[in-house]
Design a binder for this molecule. Sequence first.
Ligand SMILES: [Zn+2]
Length: 413
Amino acid sequence: MSSVAGLRCMICGQTYAPDEVRYVCPACGNDGVLEVLYDYDRIRRSFTRQYLDDNHDFSMWRYLNLLPVSGRPSHLTLQIGWTPLYRSQHVGPQLGLADVWFKDDGRNPTASLKDRASAIAIAKAVALGEHVLTAATTGNAGSSLAGLTANAGLAAYIFAPATAPAGKIAQLRVFGSHLFLVDGTYDEAFDLCMQATERFGWYNRNTAYNPYMVEGKKTVALEMAEQLGFEAPDAVLVPVGDGCIISGVAKGFRDLLALGLISHMPQLIAVQAQGCAPIATAVATGQPVVCLDHPSSCADSIVAGVPRNRLMAVRDIQESGGLAVTVTDEEIIDAIGYLGRNEGIFAEPAAAAAVAALRKLITRHDLAPEERVVVLITGNGLKDVEHAMLVQGKVQSIPPAIDAVEHAVAAGF
Ligand SMILES: [Zn+2]
């Protein structure tokens, strides 16, 4: 039995019993995103440091007490979560920061953080007796749901913009999903997926519309805290599109604060691309989010002109004392190479945006040298090779002769 106490609407504040509503607040419609509430008094009795020390499940399911499911789905056998948290060897020192960490969520089964949410979608669908799931995606959420449904023996209908990176479309094809490539933006694919959900009754994994996706994503924060010995970071840099991951990070740390396992809430730093920054603009100006019709960036994962989780994301950033940063596509491409060269971590453009933001924050003196900073790497670079190939100029081929190598080395190659 899960410890979910209820669901509360972000707009009207109405609370619902967990089995009363499946998706959004009936009174407020699709903007009435629901927040999942827990009975912390009950959880506190079993979820302790000792419990975790004795727990040998090194996956997201080690936090089952804090998840909205009664058990791990028995047919989902992929290992999701417990991704590495690396202390920066070179980037931090180069930037004058003593305590920088990279949480590499590109190490999940389908190479992005989205697996944490898809896992919960599958658990909920199975509990409801549903066998067909659907999602709209810029690429990662869909490829994640496709991979996990394949593993669990379920079906997935995915709606992705036809412009999604080839690597992500390849994943969708390999995992055997029913793939609709939509001639339009992600926001249009999202709307189409919603109409299909209504028409066919599939279980919907869409960000924010399904209130439980934040709960899966929060496990990345629970892991960060545990991997740091519950000495919470001072700041966490998070790439932001729909705003669901940053709310997941906030929720994870809020849970741990409520349980007395950490002493403070990290400052949440939202990173957006300059061509798609509605949440960053709202945070900077204090005004409501203004959605965009024509967002654009090379960082496809965070190109959401209509951020579905905008209300919760802005609230969470502000409540953490956080801020927002925008970075250009040039800075993002440069950061892919910078992170790769200096740490051996290959990030997709959206994830590299957080590294670009780290560099920018230093020049602005927005981070102190002694601060503990975690940079969330949300997806692997192999998902988008086309942009990664821009990192270096064209590499010339050579004849298969040692003289050619010698000549190049002598010339300083
Ligand atoms: Zn409502």
